[in-house]
Design a protein around this ligand. Structure first.
Ligand code: NAD
Ligand code: AKB
Length: 316
């Protein structure tokens, strides 16, 4: 990957901030260009303002920096997308088309685009959900991810585009604030555990969802992007798994470090979204094809999350 020039689109989000730091270590600081709708106060390194829906600006940036790879992270997540379905479809699909078309025209060599467990729906088997199964998503976010997967595979088969993708479960990290996702309760709970020792969950007790610590997700992403092309046998998107838990279990894990922590429940519209998703994921193909293996379980993640959030809040 030594001579690659990488553009991350949506680099200020939960994944982007961590991915940018890791990629800069892999390919060199100045070889990773971050881009987003706004510049952050603490933003360091090469950065461009970019709305991914502005195709001309995107083309200008890839030309200016001689970009070889694009990581497309700009999207509306599940909860936010339900509030504005038409815009969510526009952003999630047209952003992807701009990148895939540039790759089809030979302007960039490789594309990373994340899918989600949201591609599955209420008719999917919920336990140990296989790579290939019934997929009838009933959220606009899931529908856009499902369509995106089909287009990624189509562009690979018809035009030879080297596009790679992972169906992330709910991702949990301490470096950024929770976004507009249904699984984001599992990020927020750690912040509240430290701040007020109590948390009101918008998902009911017993709502088991697949989750993953951010470091594992970033490692999986870079490992898939660095894998030799012949090992990447799935060009829609790969299932990967880390852990599965419900709000009671994450609360119990937090109580190992903060014994007085309590959890309450006030389920809202996000409950229906969570109820349509799998509880656990079978990631055999990712393990077999490119050697995926998670490193974090729930308690290890809780320890790292609480330690780092505590250290960050004492600095501010
Ligand atoms: P996020 O909401 O934290 O970040 C998205 C970033 O995209 C933001 O910084 C936002 O400013 C930027 N953005 C929005 N519209 C844009 C536009 N028009 N042009 C340029 N930038 C724009 O999301 P995230 O959690 O970092 O997720 C990134 C990707 O990973 C998304 O495709 C999401 O669907 C996928 N994903 C995330 C998770 C998760 O748990 N975080 C799980 C599955 C899949
Ligand atoms: C969300 O909850 O929308 C995301 C996801 C699982 O795609 N975290």
């Amino acid at each position: 990957m030594g001579t690659e020039k990488i553009l991350i689109i949506g680099s200020n989000g939960q994944i982007g901030l961590e991915l940018a730091a890791s990629l800069r270590q892999h390919v060199g600081y100045d070889n990773v260009i971050c881009s987003d709708l706004r510049k952050l106060d603490f933003q360091e390194g090469p950065f461009e303002l970019l709305d991914v829906l502005d195709k001309n600006r995107f083309l200008e940036i890839i030309k200016k920096h001689q970009i070889t790879q694009v990581y497309l992270l700009a999207a509306l997540l599940s909860a936010t997308a339900e509030k504005n379905p038409k815009f969510a479809w526009d952003l999630n699909m047209n952003g992807l088309f701009h990148i895939l078309d540039a790759a089809k025209e030979g302007l960039i060599k490789k594309v990373y685009w994340p899918s989600s467990i949201a591609v599955f729906g209420p008719s999917t088997p919920r336990a140990n959900t296989p790579q290939y199964t019934v997929m009838e998503p009933n959220t606009i976010y899931g529908i856009s991810k499902q369509a995106g997967e089909r287009f990624c595979e189509y562009y690979h088969q018809k035009y030879g585009v080297d596009v790679r993708s992972i169906r992330y479960p709910g991702l949990i990290g301490w470096k950024s604030a929770p976004g507009g996702g249904t699984t984001d309760y599992a990020v927020h709970i750690y912040h509240e555990a430290l701040k007020s020792k109590t948390y009101t969950s918008f998902l009911k007790a017993g709502t088991i969802l697949p989750m993953m610590y951010m470091d594992d997700a970033i490692r999986a992403t870079i490992s898939l992007m660095e894998a030799p092309a012949e090992l990447v046998k799935i060009r829609s998107s790969y299932n990967i798994a880390g852990m599965s838990f419900d709000p009671e279990e994450i609360a119990a894990s937090i109580r190992k470090y903060i014994p007085e922590f309590t959890i309450n429940y006030a389920p809202d519209y996000r409950q229906a979204i969570a109820d349509s998703w799998p509880q656990s994921i079978d990631d055999s193909e990712a393990r077999e094809h490119w050697g995926w293996k998670p490193e974090f379980d729930l308690d290890k993640m809780t320890q790292v999350m609480l330690e780092n959030l505590k250290a960050t809040s004492s600095q501010s």
